[in-house]
Design a protein around this ligand. Structure first.
Ligand code: KG4
Ligand code: ZN
Length: 329
């Protein structure tokens, strides 16, 4: 079965073609340059740019897959969560294609897409613990059976990627900040700055990053002379340690034999190395996506849609986008 996947929930316009869950093509048009001057995503600009990009991105994905639109068997699009005006673009485009070609439509949960982004390469052993750390989300889920998610804990305030972006703003590194903090941190000493580790309820595996951001802001005001590389390294170490502690608690709590770490922040080399150490320590299998599938993409959406179709599920053509859409509560 050949599935066309579409994604436009935030600031990436993406299309991908999968054949029986195998990636034939995956195209992402990033809007980083458009939002960079504002230090964050401007929803109205994002939606307008999705409108301009979605058709060219689909055409490129079909070209690269060497497939005609007539060869598509189903269409999957992100239904939520995300920015309403942005979600509308991929979802309505998918509906138009499905309607005109008489194809099944699947509205995919963006977080389920992230959680399954590694399954394109290898089947995931269940139960697994899934940690999603992106610009908009930071949460831990337990997957005991396909299509069923149990939320174990989530951030009480900022997402991990948002924390990276805000720290980068304080250091004048530009947007998005995660990759820039990581690059700068490579030359710095993580002992430059003592930053707090958020205290969270261990039984709920919750996360919190706003205190860390405030502490960083205060320390930089007191000590503007600190070397930026050392500050970046100290900040990154605090985030990594917080995420590793939450993953450790989640593994202890669930007894899961596999940990999946995904979302934009899972591209971070220090986080990947620290999670590898944790998993070696506790004897658990670690699965992380290849770098191109850490951040938003449509291959993960097409894959999650294909799995739903395989379970006999699809959606009517009048589904609406879900800007807020809890998973596994
Ligand atoms: O998954 P994603 O593309 O979008 C959302 O669904 O939010 O994640 C984007 C986030 C941004 O906050 C970005 O700063 C962060 O992921 N990010 C990183 C790295 N690459 C991207 N954070 C830390 N280290 C990285 N290498
Ligand atoms: Zn995402």
């Amino acid at each position: 079965m050949i599935v066309l996947g579409l994604e436009s929930s935030c600031d990436d316009t993406a299309a991908a073609v999968l054949e029986d869950g195998r990636e034939l093509s995956s195209v992402v048009a990033s809007q980083d340059l458009i939002h960079a001057p504002f230090g964050g995503v401007v929803p109205e600009l994002a939606a307008r740019n999705h409108l301009a990009q979605i058709i060219p991105v689909i055409e490129l994905a079909l070209d690269r897959a060497e497939i005609d639109i007539a060869g598509i068997d189903a269409v999957a699009a992100t239904r939520g969560p995300g920015l309403l005006g942005c979600l509308l673009v991929a979802l309505q485009t998918a509906k138009g294609i499905a309607r005109s070609r008489g194809l099944p439509l699947v509205g995919v949960h963006h977080i389920e897409g992230h959680l399954l982004s590694t399954e394109l390469d290898q089947p995931l052993p269940r139960p697994f613990l899934g940690m999603v750390v992106s610009g908009g989300h930071s949460a831990l889920y337990l997957s005991e059976a396909e299509g069923r998610w149990k939320l174990l804990g989530e951030t009480r305030d900022d997402a991990a990627g948002e924390a990276f972006d805000k720290a980068a703003k304080l250091l004048d590194l530009g947007y998005p900040g995660g990759r820039r903090i990581e690059a700068l941190a490579r030359e710095g000493d993580p002992a430059t700055l003592v930053l707090p580790r958020p205290r969270v309820r261990s039984e709920a595996v919750d996360l919190s990053f706003s205190g860390l951001k405030t502490a960083l802001w205060q320390r930089l005001r007191e000590r503007p002379d600190l070397p930026p590389a050392g500050v970046a390294a100290s900040f990154q170490a605090a985030v990594v340690e917080t995420l590793v502690a939450a993953a450790r608690r989640g593994l202890e709590k669930t007894g899961a034999g596999c940990l999946v770490v995904t979302g934009g922040v899972s591209a971070n080399g220090a986080l990947r190395a620290a999670m590898a150490d944790l998993c070696r320590d506790v004897g658990v299998m670690l699965v992380v996506p290849p770098l191109a599938r850490c951040t938003d993409n449509a291959a993960m959406i097409a894959f999650a849609g294909w799995r739903r179709l395989a379970r006999g599920e699809s959606d009517p053509l009048d589904i609406e986008p879900m800007p807020v859409w809890p998973l596994g509560r």
